[in-house]
Design a protein around this ligand. Structure first.
Ligand SMILES: Nc1ncnc2c1ncn2[C@@H]1O[C@H](COP(=O)(O)OP(=O)(O)OP(=O)(O)O)[C@@H](O)[C@H]1O
Length: 322
């Protein structure tokens, strides 16, 4: 059931890619069609002004899901429904959605001055009356993200990685975005810079009531900023719930494995298990529970029967043993 404050409702969304060889060569080799299940039957809702984080290893389908949410990838099945909201400027309609990418350099036009990069959506969406108001807004946005008004005349290559990510954020805010899909926005940055960008994002969320869908392979990155957390494995959610519950009492063996790999400042001497094994191919997922080949607790049932995602209070979990 969608809650009153729901801004995005995703229902049974799947994305499959046909990665078969060309039809002619399959005709001669009798090779069957190969379907890659990047995202499989994923449902969740995001509440306005909160952060919903999706965590999983490389290849588990996080980016495909993010691309579906921003409309860059069509779902093969299912629905992604943005609810109409009352925006900060008083207008009513679907939220403005923007994406922030991992590599801020690749997403900023290197030949444009920063001022023009940020001004482009303001001009395109006619969000300010004239060039003078646009320039003022660009300067304000640069200050909001911790840069200076004078930075408008510089080029992206003159900035550090963290500063470039600040420019990407300013550009997203320039569109008056309500909903930011952040795909590993800090993983290309040094750890100390990561923290600065995360702090900036938390501050902006409070200041502007932003909603985040935050994608990361690293649980420690999302730990302090998530309201809701979903753990993804081979295209499916295996555990999801309020972040404090998932962190405080992880139920799925995969969530526990992900948690085991991150340092704990409160227990620096805690034994950390390295992540072992690899994510299986989404073209030929293992039978039963997709995680069973890597699960130390797996029993016979896990090898033959896929666990359904079942609800327990606010948590959802797909494991026969949890
Ligand atoms: N356009 C595409 N065509 C075919 N396969 C694709 C396509 N896009 C993604 N995939 C495959 O879908 C699976 C999920 O990819 P996705 O990029 O969503 O995972 P991810 O969890 O974001 O990983 P990473 O962190 O490495 O980007 C992978 O096996 C990937 O190779």
């Amino acid at each position: 059931m969608a809650e009153a404050n729901t801004i995005l409702e995703v229902t049974a969304a799947s994305c499959r890619f046909d990665v078969s060889a060309p039809a002619l060569s399959r005709l001669f080799s009798a090779e069957p069609r190969r379907i890659l299940r990047a995202v499989e039957n994923v449902s969740f809702s995001v509440q306005r002004g909160t952060t919903f984080s999706i965590v999983g290893e490389s290849g588990c389908g996080k980016s495909t899901l993010a691309r579906m949410v921003v409309g860059l990838q069509r779902p093969t099945q299912g629905l992604l429904d943005f609810k109409d909201i009352r925006r900060a400027d008083g207008s009513f309609g679907p939220p403005r959605v923007q994406m922030i990418f991992q590599d801020p350099y690749a997403s900023l036009n290197p030949r444009w001055r920063v001022g023009d990069i940020i001004a482009e959506p303001i001009r395109e969406l006619k969000l300010r009356k004239d060039e003078s108001e646009t320039a003022t807004r660009v300067g304000d946005l640069l200050e909001i993200v911790g840069l200076s008004r004078a930075d408008a005349s510089r080029f992206p290559h003159e900035f550090s990685g963290g500063q470039r990510q600040r420019i990407s954020i300013a550009r997203a805010l320039a569109t008056e975005a309500d909903f930011l899909v952040c795909d590993e926005p800090t993983s290309a940055l040094d750890v100390s810079v990561q923290a600065q960008i995360l702090n900036l994002m938390v501050r902006l969320q409070k200041e502007f009531g932003l909603t985040y869908l935050f994608i990361s392979h690293n649980l420690s990155v999302v730990r302090h900023m998530s309201d809701h957390l979903a753990i993804m494995y081979l295209g499916r959610f295996v555990e999801s719930g309020p972040a404090e519950d998932v962190f405080g009492r992880p139920r799925h063996p995969y969530t526990r494995l992900l948690l085991d790999t991150i340092p704990d400042v409160e227990k620096p001497n805690r034994e950390r298990r390295p992540m072992s094994g690899e994510v299986p191919s989404p073209i030929a997922p293992p039978p039963g529970c997709a995680f069973h080949p890597r699960c130390v607790q797996a029993v016979e049932r896990c090898r033959t029967e896929a666990p359904a995602l079942r609800r327990e209070g606010e948590l959802e979990i797909a494991c026969h043993l949890a």
